[in-house]
Write a protein that binds this ligand. Sequence first.
Ligand SMILES: *[C@@H]1O[C@H](CO)[C@@H](O)[C@H](O)[C@H]1NC(C)=O
Ligand SMILES: *[C@@H]1O[C@H](CO)[C@@H](O)[C@H](O)[C@H]1NC(C)=O
Length: 279
Amino acid sequence: MKRQLFAAISALAGAVAARPAAVGAATACDRATLVSISDSYVAAQAAGQLETLKGVDANTVYTQNFKTATLASGLLSQSFKIDHNRSTHDTTQCATYTELRMGRQHTQLTPNQPPQSSPMPRTPHVVATQIRLSPNSTAPTISKIETIVTSTGDWLFNAPATLRYASQESWGEIPEAQRDARDVIQAAADAYLDLFNDKSIKVPWGSPCARLEGGSYVQPRCDVGVPSGVRQTNRRYVVDEVTGAVDVFFDFAGADPDSHEFRVEGGKLRYVHTLTVMH
Ligand SMILES: *[C@@H]1O[C@H](CO)[C@@H](O)[C@H](O)[C@H]1NC(C)=O
Ligand SMILES: *[C@@H]1O[C@H](CO)[C@@H](O)[C@H](O)[C@H]1NC(C)=O
């Protein structure tokens, strides 16, 4: 009885808490607006032009591999050939997530500049970016951009392999009647990340399930090779019910910048993509 009452109160609290976000959603957080933001982010990265990215202002906080950085001199200031881009959209939290694989810079900053003066290594990159918008503004306003950029030397990094494996997967929209609730999607991600520290956790493994870990592909099971005694802390989520996707930024073992993205189908893990910065 007490339990039921608690559940009812939690549900009620959830409904009330969700309300202000829903009001905000009518303006800055609807899906179409979020899609326009992630599209403009990908276009800005391709062009190497920050001005192309909508919604940035003087208050936009920017981090690169979880360190405070400057947008104007960071990754977005360089043009790359984008080999792959895929974005998800969280209308409740007013946030987007984008996964990019991109090749060598195809323009130098100036024609006379030697390549080694470029601020990032001239290798391919696999990039994960979470963008958060301010839910109250009438015009889309980006409050925070966090980018994880992996390159040669990072955990199992292999950009061509990443591209090859990811292109075989299907992360498209899930028919409305089959979509999971956002708490189910997030719980699947949390169970996976909690398993690193607690082997008694029940993870909703899908069958089949495939894990793209850097450029290494593990399938048809994902319940293999998960280390023990590792705490995954400081988690930030982007949840998209339409594609069953959740991306989590966190500190791997409390230290290394990490992105784990999950595709959940029917409450179970179908795909896992991981990026871990090692330097
Ligand atoms: C991003 O991906 C979409 C297809 O999903 C493609 O149409 C678009 O051209 C890509 N953008 C860039 C800059 O490559
Ligand atoms: C958004 O608007 C609500 C209601 O007007 C206000 O309570 C809240 O503090 C605002 N949030 C931000 C981040 O400005």
